[in-house]
Design a protein around this ligand. Structure first.
Ligand code: HEM
Length: 508
């Protein structure tokens, strides 16, 4: 029973609000509906009523009240059918989620992520050399190359595997198969099950893609085990590496003292390969777009990079001093958050169950949102992150403008609680957020140190790719080496610290 009617468009019999959304770009539709119906509205999709939230007051409530937890639904629910034990798609109460999260948390501490700096720089160097050799007149497909960069980085740092995407014109088959599979999941999540059952060709393709990505990861796992069994007991033991793979293969969960099963390892290899690249590539692509469009911020960033790094190699210690770059990244995450939504629902708490409390998961058990709108246990509340981040009551009348100055550490500390949620919430918050930020800082610092950028089409208007994560569509730039950058010594200059280079010149 609703306490006060929740706004929303009237639906149709059987199909509900299916006609109110563009299935190829659902989040853009949700944002437009938020503009029309306000910070809370309701849609009937896939046979259930879903709530959509987009201001910090409602979002704060669902992010802080203990009744709410992550809801595995929609496309994530479809993902759970093929990755039942992946960190992203498993239920919080599931034993395998807790085991994997505790096993992997130590891989994502700031110290361990810093130790991945050389590998991040290695992959960045491949991008830089490619763009330098293309020359200043070749249009660069930004999203495609950022996808190559982030995929290769997560594969190398997390799984000690080189995808070598910069040496191929086509995207890696893993990305193509997973992308196709996920598009199908999104379509499935918004239409009735009987309709999906009739899509024989799409269903066969889905199974083929699923088999391909599982076999691919099983092969990588088998190869790693083979290498470990062959290696001598030496200093370079693979099992001493501090990466996701090694933790999954060797660490014991501190609570259950158990190791992860192979099927859990494979589910999480797929999860990390996907979640670890698709979002960060969007972040880097949007960063480039916003900076090229905002020349004041562009200049300020390049000045910071020149004064902190100079012309020598970037080191991990430089990263702590690039505060304006960090603000640019946060401002990009605010305006164009690559992960566009997350879903929560009121859940029966484990404590309640253990104490035998009579908490019924049926439509009679309701909570009130904002003290006015009813939400039942098991019903989805979806946070529309880009709308939340453009809330004018928080970010001001210029909320749609790119202004990194509003995202300095001091200013962010003063933002209302839960008004900035690019990495999700609570125990289900993104495990890779610090990894993503460090990777983006390494790449952006080197790119703006070495290149000047211009849009190929100066009138380009931002468009979004129809995919789960937000990415620019059709964004092409020209990359020109900056005046004092020498293409012949570029490779060396990316790695040789400035001091060493200087002293070598003096020695000569
Ligand atoms: C800019 C980059 C990134 C953004 C914006 C982002 C965003 C998010 C968000 C919003 C969630 C929560 C989703 C939900 O509640 O349904 C999440 C979860 C997750 N992310 Fe990220 N992510 C990024 C990068 C990464 C990277 C680099 C990795 C891996 C190294 C990663 C791995 C994961 C995993 C495994 C989860 C599930 C965690 C759990 O539920 O325990 N993400 N991410």
């Amino acid at each position: 029973m609703e306490h006060e009617p929740i706004p929303g468009p009237a639906g149709w019999p059987l199909i509900g609000n299916l006609r109110d959304i563009d299935l190829n770009n659902t989040v853009q539709s949700f944002m437009a509906l938020a503009d029309e119906f306000g910070p809370i509205y309701k849609l009937r999709l896939g046979g259930t009523d879903r709530l959509f939230l987009s201001n910090h007051v409602f979002v704060d409530e669902v992010c802080t009240r203990k009744e709410y937890g992550k809801h595995i639904m929609g496309a994530v629910g479809a993902l759970a059918q093929v990755l039942p034990d992946g960190l992203f798609s498993a239920q919080t109460a599931q034993k395998t989620w807790g085991q994997a999260r505790r096993t992997l948390n130590p891989v994502f501490t700031p110290g361990t992520i810093r130790s991945m700096f050389p590998e991040m720089l290695d992959v960045t160097s491949q991008l830089v050399l490619k763009w330098a050799r293309h020359g200043p007149k070749t249009p660069i497909d930004v999203s495609a190359d950022m996808t190559r960069l982030t995929l290769d980085t997560i594969a190398l740092t997390a799984m000690d595997t080189r995808f070598n995407s910069f040496y191929h014109d086509e995207v890696h088959p893993f990305v193509r198969s997973f992308g196709d599979m996920f598009s199908e999941m999104q379509r499935r999540s918004n239409r009735p099950a009987w309709y999906t059952a009739l899509q024989w060709t799409a269903n066969r393709k889905f199974e083929e893609n699923n088999t391909f990505i599982r076999d691919f990861c099983a092969d990588v796992l088998a190869y790693r085990r083979e290498r470990e069994s062959e290696e001598e007991n030496g200093e370079q033991l693979l099992s001493n590496r501090k990466d996701v793979f090694t933790a999954m293969l060797h660490r014991r969960d501190p609570v259950t003292d158990e190791q992860l099963d192979d099927s859990v390892i494979i589910d999480n290899m797929i999860t990390f390969l996907f979640a670890g690249h698709d979002t960060t590539s969007g972040l880097l692509s949007f960063l480039l777009f916003h900076l090229v469009r905002n020349r004041n911020a562009y200049k300020k960033l390049q000045d910071e990079i020149d004064s902190v790094i100079g012309t020598g190699a970037l080191t991990v210690d430089h990263l702590d001093k690039l505060s304006y770059l960090k603000a640019c990244l946060y401002e990009t995450l605010r305006l164009d958050p690559p992960a566009q939504a997350f879903a929560v629902t009121p859940q029966v708490q484990r404590d309640d169950k253990e104490e035998g409390k009579d908490v019924k998961m049926d439509l009679e058990s309701v909570l009130l949102l904002g003290g006015r709108y009813s939400i039942s246990y098991g019903q989805s509340a979806i946070v529309i992150i880009p709308s939340l981040h453009r809330d004018k009551s928080v970010f001001g009348e210029d909320a749609n403008a790119f202004r990194p100055e509003r995202m300095t550490k001091e200013k962010m500390d003063k933002l209302p609680r839960n008004s900035f949620k690019p990495f999700g919430n609570g125990v289900r918050t993104c495990i890779g957020s610090n990894f993503a930020l460090q990777e983006a800082m390494v790449t952006a610092a080197v790119l703006f140190q070495k290149f000047d950028f211009d849009l190929v089409d100066p009138d380009y208007q931002l468009q979004y790719q129809p995919s789960l994560n937000r990415k620019p569509n059709g964004l092409f730039v020209y990359a020109r080496l900056r005046p004092k950058v020498d293409i012949l010594s570029l490779h060396r200059d990316l790695f040789v610290p400035a001091v060493d280079k200087h002293s070598k010149e003096q020695d000569a």
